[in-house]
Design a protein around this ligand. Structure first.
Ligand SMILES: Cc1cc2nc3c(=O)[nH]c(=O)nc-3n(C[C@H](O)[C@H](O)[C@H](O)COP(=O)(O)O)c2cc1C
Length: 226
């Protein structure tokens, strides 16, 4: 299958500063029955692992020795991601940072399978879509050996995941970093194998309740503690 979706170009869309996104970020597990806009998904993917320096080939996430071991997939449900011309076909897609496109890996709505692989964490089945972050360890271990496996690759997944959290928050979405799942089953669902291992599932959707806290409230708390 070689279906390719050209993603809307990254740009300045959100109305939140980084400090506001940090204050408002929370793990969200209750989502509205509303689709994700393709324009927003494109920016979340770009923030997660997108190209920010086309000359050097560097991405939004720091990477040990710029070895970039991670890969990013999206599991899209039926009527779950929308653009001007309608809903995207449900399926599993791989994000290509170098071209800022999605490539179809597998057709069909597999959210339920992904939820089952993630120990029945129901919110994965209910979210319109999930990001799955995987790693091809050799890219990093071939340079850094065991330290790449135990430290650098998992550290990098954490960076990418936090980027996704913050960008999703800034655009009015919620997500949660899920690490509890059966690796082999998730691999089967997203069609990967060999040395590529799934590290995180991040369901994304519009939160049912929005978090409300301002810096004034935080300041009030600190003042009370001093
Ligand atoms: C490595 C890691 C694995 C996690 N795995 C899960 C998970 O499997 N399921 C889940 O609901 N939340 C998971 N979380 C989210 C945590 O429960 C959450 O970050 C924590 O409760 C703090 O809440 P906050 O993210 O809103 O600050 C995980 C977080 C991390 C960093």
């Amino acid at each position: 299958m070689d279906k390719i979706i050209k993603l809307p170009q990254p740009g300045k869309i959100s109305g939140l500063t980084v400090e506001e996104a940090l204050l408002l970020r929370r793990s969200i597990r209750d989502f509205r029955d509303e689709p994700v806009k393709l324009r927003d998904l494109a920016l979340i993917l770009w923030a997660t692992y997108g190209l920010s320096d086309p000359v050097e080939g560097f991405l939004t996430t720091p990477s040990a020795g710029a070895t970039y071991p991670l890969q990013v997939y999206v599991v899209i449900g039926s009527r779950s991601v929308i653009d001007g011309s309608g809903f995207l076909d449900p399926g599993v897609y791989r994000y290509d940072p170098g071209r800022h496109v999605l490539m179809l890996v597998r057709s069909g709505d597999v959210r339920r399978e992904l939820m089952q692989a993630a120990l029945m964490q129901g919110f994965i089945g209910r979210a319109p879509m999930s990001i799955v972050i995987t790693a091809v360890y050799e890219r990093t271990t071939s340079v850094y050996g065991e330290r790449g496996r135990t430290r650098y690759v998992p550290m990098e997944a954490g960076h990418a995941s936090e980027n996704a959290y913050l960008m999703a928050t800034a655009l009015g979405y919620g997500t949660v970093a899920v690490g509890a799942f059966r690796d082999s089953e998730v691999s089967q669902v997203i069609g990967i194998g060999g040395s590529e291992i799934p590290l995180y599932i991040m369901p994304i959707g519009v939160p049912i309740t929005r978090r409300r806290i301002g810096f004034e409230e935080l300041a009030g708390f600190f003042v009370g503690k001093r």
